[in-house]
Design a protein around this ligand. Structure first.
Ligand code: FE
Length: 349
């Protein structure tokens, strides 16, 4: 217990959304609660608004501990049974799978969650659920590229774009899950060829995040770039006037995989294996699946709702009509290690 208290006290220093008094309480399991301890690898402001809304609605305080997904997984592993984590959240299906695979998540059989979240966006055993969707697609220079030149993932690796593609590094979980999905659909040989084609097409060694790739397209450094949809939609929606101007030239295209739609990943979460407040954890996840939370995340973080019945609000609605590939996002995690070795063998740094 003292171990848990000191961890929580340490965690409280890093929290944005909780008071130190609240975190003391988090240490006590089974006290009827009022807290949920959320270990999150999501890095978006929208989440803070969401946590506040959850607290207003339920009276349950949210203690937030932020980190990179693998750091959080390692932390939960070292904390073991004493871990204060109630919920683990990550912005990649592969990261959710790694937590699951390490035995850090427990099955949840919530009717509300199973009804709300489509089967291909959650773990079959209820250890994690996708709460928002993001497509990994293409920003292209509309002064040099026709949309039909980027309407499949194959075309991104074709000699047409030799020296003209920008993409972030191979250790990005978004890239690992994309290549994992390609492995699932295409198998290793075709995927390896694709990865080699992408490396041959790079305009520069990978640097920066997705928004930097979009800016590079707008600046004429490359003609096409891989990006998550929400980074582009945020730029186009005008938070930042300079970024918005760039989207006059850089446009967004949704390539199709085997004619079945664009690659989609999820942000999501599950109940921690040793959660001291499991009821609050389930309550929290059910809240994330509610219409209110689905709309808030979409409106504030420009992701697509996971719940089919919830329409994307403006400005995301203008991009929401694309076809999403129907494969299960649970396929990405088990393929990430193979994806990584193909990418590093091809020189994708
Ligand atoms: Fe992101």
């Amino acid at each position: 217990m003292s171990n848990r208290l000191s961890l929580i006290a340490f965690a409280a220093l890093a929290l944005c959304a909780c008071s130190p008094q609240g975190s003391e309480k988090a240490a006590k399991s089974g006290d009827g609660g009022g807290v949920v301890n959320v270990y999150t690898a999501r890095h978006y402001d929208a989440d803070l608004a969401l946590y506040d809304a959850f607290t207003r609605q339920t009276g349950v305080k949210v203690n937030r501990i932020e980190g990179k997904p693998d750091q959080l997984v390692a932390r939960m592993q070292s904390e073991g049974k004493a871990s204060p984590a109630d919920v683990f959240l990550a912005a990649d299906a592969g990261a959710l799978w790694r937590a699951q695979n390490a035995g850090l998540l427990q099955p949840t059989s919530s009717r509300a969650l199973n009804d709300a979240i489509p089967a291909n966006l959650r773990d079959a055993e209820g250890r994690w659920f996708g709460f928002s969707r993001r497509a990994r697609v293409v920003a292209y220079d509309s002064t040099r590229v026709q949309p039909e030149e980027v309407d499949t993932y194959e075309k991104l690796a074709s000699p047409r774009f030799k020296g003209k593609l920008c993409v972030r590094s191979a250790d990005s979980v978004y890239n690992l899950s994309l290549v994992g999905a390609l492995l699932e659909v295409w198998g290793p040989e075709k995927t390896e060829q694709w990865v080699r084609g992408v490396v041959a097409n790079m305009a520069r060694p990978p640097e920066g995040g997705d928004r930097d790739q979009i800016r590079a397209v707008a600046a004429g450094v490359c003609e096409i770039a891989l990006t998550n949809s929400y980074y582009y939609i945020r730029m186009a929606s005008g938070d930042d006037a300079k970024d918005k101007a760039m989207t006059d030239r850089a446009k967004l295209a949704f390539p199709s995989l085997e004619g079945r739609g664009a690659h989609v990943n999820v942000s999501g979460g599950g109940v921690a294996a040793n959660a001291p407040n499991p009821e609050n954890a389930v309550k929290f996840l059910e809240f994330l699946a509610s219409n209110e939370a689905q709309t808030t995340v979409s409106r504030m973080n420009y992701e697509f709702p996971a719940v089919t019945a919830v329409p994307a609000p403006a400005p995301v609605d203008a991009y929401a009509s694309f076809t999403a590939h129907p494969m299960s996002v649970a396929a990405y995690g088990p393929r990430q290690a193979q994806a990584q070795s193909l990418m590093s063998a091809a020189g994708w740094r």
